[in-house]
Design a protein around this ligand. Sequence first.
Ligand code: AP5
Ligand code: MG
Length: 215
Amino acid sequence: MLRTILLGPPGAGKGTQAVRIVEKYGIPHISTGDIFRDNIKRQTELGKKAQEYMNKGELVPDDLVIEIATDRLLRDDCKKGFLLDGFPRTVYQAEKLDEFMQAHGGKIDHVINLEVGDDLLIFRLTGRRVCKQCGASFHVVNIPPKVEGICDKCGGELVQRADDTEETVKNRIAVYKEQTMPLIDYYTKADNISTLDGAAPLDECFAEIVKVLGE
Ligand code: AP5
Ligand code: MG
């Protein structure tokens, strides 16, 4: 059983490492950001509501996020564990998640906190490109695609995320510090958090994660 949370500022590498973690451990990847982006693409009511906040780099209101996250956790594929990416993001969300876990006879096993300095976060996010078709993530300098603008995996078009402009990135980092960083204390008290160097090269960072989660 592996019930894990990936914590860290925008651009820390949560999504990038998540792809490797779920492949190795065979658990579902639950990214609230991805769920919102999918809803925005389909212009659902949820998507329309979330879009307003996301484009400004603000957090989507707690009640909306908690509902979609707990609904997702109730699905059968989460019985063997799960990897939460970008949820919880406020102390209130963390408390609600704990209540949910207790009500379902479980608990969070590990919190992996990826630490990266602000300048590197800005460099990573303004240079990130994502595939419009399959969602794969690249970086113009760090992880360039073989052909510029084209996804290596599916041949789809690579685009910049709407919230990856420098101005919005700076606001997302400020919002992270104010609203999400207190979770480090919250999970330190619960004694299940490991802080790792998210600035390390991809393979090194993944190897550290595996040390925490176990072979
Ligand atoms: P979300 O989608 O969760 O975005 P985020 O937390 O801002 O984080 P990112 O996805 O931008 O970064 P990441 O850590 O995944 O980095 P990545 O691996 O891509 O949330 C978006 C929005 O949705 C929020 O702003 C909010 O509005 C809303 N939302 C979502 N959840 C919510 C919640 N719970 N409550 C309220 N609102 C919520 O890497 C970044 C780049 O760096 C890539 O280009 C990558 O290739 C490169 N890179 C990564 N690791 C390395 C490495 N080790 N070496 C070199 N390059 C690397
Ligand atoms: Mg992400």
